[in-house]
Design a binder for this molecule. Structure first.
Ligand code: ATP
Length: 408
């Protein structure tokens, strides 16, 4: 059998790893390729905000799903002490002593290979496949390959590929700045969001891609409209426009789910329907309706709470965004600027056509509170006309706005 292995910190794995592993597996004609996350890396210190070994393993499994014949092995993570490749290679060779075992490595690793622990053994017993990480590195690889062949009799092959210049360090930096999804792909990005790794700040465009499949088809233009409107309002009123986009994109994300599932989300991520985040509240239990009763009495409100739970627990948003989603249907007393913006964006976004919306639309850019008061009044009338029960938070929100208007 012809097998290969690629070790790395995979902190996190990225498109560069996947691209190179695919090319190597194909050009060498490997029957099996192992991706092996290191336990304690001998060549580098892990950064402070690093993922745990289990998390690196899980992300590497997601990466391997995109590479034919690839599998992730946890032997280095399980082993105590530094992750020397010689120990790993010996273990792999034991399983198939007659077969060919290839060590895959990018330029940085390949150029230092003859200084690794037990390099003599590695170069004698393994086949080595090296590939460039950046443009212009091939001459260095060729030179090193010649030296290794001559001095050690090493069996080295260079893999031809269009280099993809990305490193895990680049990814971690991009994630902190609110980007990075395209360097890791959506599945790993979603995992990073869910686990709030590397100080990630959710990227609106990635949230959009991840949210669209959760929406009913007919709701997509509404959510898109809400995203644009929220951004405009945020720019008009001096709020953080990226936070506004995040909240708008996610505000209806749980709406399509059955009520039981929505309640499960709330329970899993500490949201009490009708009340808010359990961490913010003391004695909330005394005032909250039992969740099932809440769902039955306010079926049109539940998705705001479950959406907040989902945004918080699965998409790594801030508490400000979580709360803007939580109150986007009812409103509440003492709304923040972002909460007001999301409530109004939902009401006036360009696909909305209900009577009187034009007036609110215009006012939203002149006097935010007055527009909100007007729209909330209309929306409560609408609920009553349809024999729905207005949620107490809506009544309080309206009272609060009226009071503020009187004091002006
Ligand atoms: P960091 O930035 O944290 O140092 P890294 O991006 O170098 O991480 P590792 O997991 O340490 O990633 O790398 C594992 C292996 O993958 C090494 O052999 C490395 O040379 C190779 N590799 C990493 N990035 C690329 C890339 N963009 N193209 C090809 N090979 C790569």
């Amino acid at each position: 059998m012809k097998r290969g292995f690629l070790g790395g910190t995979f902190n996190p794995p990225h498109m560069g790893h996947i691209h190179a592993a695919r090319a190597a597996a194909e050009q060498l004609g490997l029957d099996e390729l192992y991706l092996i996350p290191t336990g304690e890396p001998p060549h580098k210190d892990l950064p402070e905000d690093t993922a745990t070994a289990e998390q690196r393993l899980t992300m590497t499994r997601l990466a391997a799903a995109g590479i034919p014949n690839a599998e992730v092995l946890d032997l280095e993570v399980r082993r105590k002490g530094p992750s020397y490749s010689v120990l790993t290679a010996r273990e792999l060779l034991e399983k198939d002593p007659e077969g060919e075992l290839w060590l895959l490595c990018g330029t940085d690793m390949f150029l230092t290979l003859d200084r690794w622990y037990r390099a003599d053994w590695l170069l004698k017993n393994l086949h080595i496949a090296a590939y460039p990480r950046r443009a212009g590195e091939v001459p260095d690889l060729e030179e090193k390959a010649a030296v290794l062949r001559m001095r050690w009799g090493a069996r080295v092959e260079l893999i031809r590929l269009e280099p993809m210049d990305v490193s895990s360090t680049d990814v971690r930096e991009a994630l902190k700045r609110g980007g990075g999804s395209e360097m890791v792909g959506d599945e790993i990005y979603a995992y990073i969001l869910r686990n709030r790794l590397y100080g990630v700040r959710p990227e609106p465009e990635a949230l959009w891609r991840l949210t669209v499949p959760l929406l009913e088809k007919k709701r997509i233009p509404h959510v898109q409209g809400c995203r644009e409107e929220a951004k405009r309002l945020a720019l008009r009123w001096g709020a953080d426009s990226i936070e506004a986009e995040r909240a708008a994109i996610l505000h209806d994300a749980a709406k399509k789910m059955p009520a039981e599932e929505q309640l499960r989300l709330c329970a899993a991520y500490g949201i009490i329907p009708g009340i808010g985040a359990d961490t913010d509240l003391e004695g909330a239990d005394g005032t909250a309706l039992p969740p099932e009763e809440f769902a039955a009495r306010y079926p049109k409100v539940l998705h705001a709470f479950s959406g907040a739970a989902m945004a918080w627990g699965m998409f790594g948003v801030s508490t400000a965004v979580r709360d803007a989603i939580m109150w986007h249907t009812t409103g509440k007393r003492g709304m923040t600027l972002l909460e007001k913006i999301i409530w109004l964006a939902d009401y006036i976004e360009p696909t909305r056509t209900m009577s009187g919306v034009e007036k609110v639309r215009k006012r939203a850019y002149e006097d935010l509170d007055s527009a909100l008061r007007l729209a909330m009044q209309k929306s409560l009338e609408h609920v009553t006309e349809r024999n729905g029960t207005p949620h107490p938070a809506s009544l309080e929100a309206l009272d609060d706005l009226k009071e503020k208007e009187r004091k002006k």
